[in-house]
Design a protein around this ligand. Structure first.
Ligand code: FES
Length: 116
């Protein structure tokens, strides 16, 4: 067993809302990390679309879909459930965003690196 390794903080807890946003997280991914709150739980996903492996925020566009619920890929319009990360609309239905484990420490949000 290894100790968990925290990366970050990548944002303050108060910056996380039900509207998904991209935060820089160089130690995790050059493309950044999508962070969103749903059902009082903070969730994070890699900012990489499983369709063509592009950034979901291609050309610095928002990753919030117009319905106010889903995460949007701005390349070909795929939409992802913000709880499961599963694509529910678009060219990669059924594919999943890569989820990341998060931990809140003193009002800051960290990503928990996989066991080493
Ligand atoms: S790269 Fe995201 S839908 Fe095509």
């Amino acid at each position: 067993m290894t100790d968990e390794v925290l990366v970050g903080p990548i944002c303050r807890r108060q910056e996380v809302t039900e509207v998904p946003k991209v935060f820089a997280a160089e130690e995790i991914a050059r493309t950044g990390v999508i962070v969103v709150e749903k059902n009082n739980t903070v969730r994070a996903f890699e900012n990489v679309c499983p369709h063509a492996f592009a950034r979901l925020d291609f050309a610095n566009t928002p990753v919030a879909a117009l319905d106010g619920y889903h995460i949007l890929c701005n390349v070909h319009g795929a939409q992802f459930d913000p709880v499961s990360g599963v694509c529910t609309l678009g060219p990669c239905v059924g594919a999943k965003l890569t989820s990341l484990k998060v931990k809140e420490v003193e009002h800051d949000i960290y990503i928990v690196k996989r066991d080493v």
